[in-house]
Design a protein around this ligand. Sequence first.
Ligand code: GDP
Ligand code: MG
Length: 717
Amino acid sequence: MNYTVSLVGNPNVGKTSLYNRITKSCEHVGNWHGVTVERIGKKVTIEGDTLFVTDLPGLYSLSVCSPEEGIARDEILKKSSDLVINVCEVGNLSRNLYLTLQLLELGVPVVLAVNMMDELYKRGQKLDCAKLEKALGVPVVPVSAKYKGDEKELLRVCLQKLRNPVAAYVRLPYTDKLPIARVAAAMEDKAKKAGWDARWAAIKLLENDSFVCETLMPDERERNVLSALGDMQARVAQVRYEYIDTIADGLILPDPAAKRRKRKHSDNGFALSGLDKIVLNKYLAFPVFLLVMAAVFFITFGIAGNFFTWLLELGIDKLLYAPLVGWLTKIGCPAWIIGLVGDGIVHGVGGIFVFLPQVVLLFFFLALLEDSGYISRVAFMTDGFFRKIGLCGRSAFTLLMGFGCSATAVLTARGLDDEVMRRKTVLLTPFMSCSARLPVYAAIASAFFAQGKPFLIFGMYVLGAAVAIGLAALFEKCVKPLKSGKLSFIMEMPPYRFPTFERVWQIIRHNAKVFIVRVGTVIFALNVIVWMLANFSLTTGYTAGNGGKSILETLGMLIAPVFKPLGFGNWKAVSALLSGLVAKEAVISSVESMGGVSAIFTGAHPALSALAFMAFTLLYVPCVATLGAIKKELGAKWMLFGLIMQLFTAYAVSLIVYTVGLAICAGKGIVVGVGIVALIALMCTVALLRTKKKKGCAHCLRNCNGCAKTKKEEHAG
Ligand code: GDP
Ligand code: MG
């Protein structure tokens, strides 16, 4: 038989972890809601039956909602699943069960998976599952999704329930305290037409659930029935919570056997809440964050990364390039084939492939930080700051994901419930330096700035973030459709959790695979195309030696003058940027296939041109995939806006980098330095004055806690 099963629960209870366990897959586990933005699903076969399991976005209640909660709610109300696995967190049962009760009211078949049992065992406690089962009338399975093993029992119970479906409605005792019968009688026909149980619809109407109200559209008479009952919304919540209180009482007991079980998980025991004193400290938080990130970058792009990359480079050169070219020459291949294979493919594609170790290392550290709960702390502590510029700590997550891949990060913004904030977050995410840009920096930095490489690369990441923050502030002040103003939202801080090796390994494997597949397909194809365009002319054929202008050269030369002021106004640099539109890695692989970095940045200040080029690469249009994602999220108009904004920003910043650099090179270093300091000082003063003005009194400019108009005279003197 084929069955559909969906995972439903509050945000952050471990649905995705459980999904990954059940389906043996590798979806992103995040520490707060909004990560599972699109519905994901996968088939698992057990004992000859096929279960199609989907992981729905988290939600707190069926009466909601943010757009992503809406996805989950609609899916549940459709009752399209044969079974709902309701995931709860054992440490938060009282709150989680609120949704459980709503599911039971709806009458969908439920199996309750109580997750994070490991944390309960660690505290030397146990859960009275039998009591919970009796109170709710559904099977209860304790699990620890973080560890392997429990999913088997869960699947067994689910299968049993699926194979022997019983009447789904559980008569919940508290519903008798509500005047359901009267409303149900009045609404019976309409509810039936909508495919709903009348009693359930009645509860929802009492709750004033907007979705049900809009669907059923009570007429005059029905509204009278409802309004005669008074405001029942709070009452419904109250009876549910009262019932939860009676269940929860005595549900968690001390467990003498816990010591034994505790040992099973104790290797992962992690009591680090004291760490929060430092990590969330008002003054230390930011330095700690910078220190952590700097350490990550130093290891990834400094010592360790360099070594592995050097090893790979050596391998490719000695074991692949030299023998291959030698052999091709020996069998008498035409020069252009040798060029294509040797430079276009082996050097071009290989030039990207050698960055695999650095990508793996970066994701290794990000996985550690994320899985331990540190990244959500970053979001938490940055919330205040982000609000000032019209974003929130939750946007920080999307922005951080942007360090991985802009295109996917853009999709994670869907969890943001405020439209303007979402729009802003999506538009700014591409400025965060995605991992595809990394090979570009790494190659250029090694060529021109060998000593300062880790710092320079770190600087690029910081520059991207700074530009994003600056633009956010600018939008908040000047662009009306991007002004978000005051917003309220709740964010939860998960406890520190020890990252599991398995999880970290999954993340690394996944990202390495994505990287290798990209290199093997898109980058490979692009390189062949770019190499052909760069080495063939429409009129004279293969250009090597015959002095003809290649197609790319002709094209690039048309646009090149535009980039003169930025220091890289030559056709090779321009065509590299053009190929970067398809995939950013292609920027450097086409540079490699056109003669390498040194052939491109020439002139009086090659290093400076290279720096400006790096800044441009960081900020100009991300790949077409990202543009596609932005279009999907915000529509064509906003995508176009983003595109123009990115090109403009890239040009402006790159111009500043080059001009300031030239001035410094020309020995005007001190002048420029003083100028920059003066500018920053001026900006700070203006900012301070503005805030003072706001805080102080509008009439007297004194800090009088805002005197009312009536006190005007008093201050006038
Ligand atoms: P979702 O929002 O419901 O999809 O929750 P996630 O699957 O993203 O998990 C949220 C956090 O809880 C992650 O940091 C997980 O590592 C952690 N987590 C999930 N299951 C368990 C568990 O059984 N025990 C512990 N200690 N942590 C868990
Ligand atoms: Mg999830």
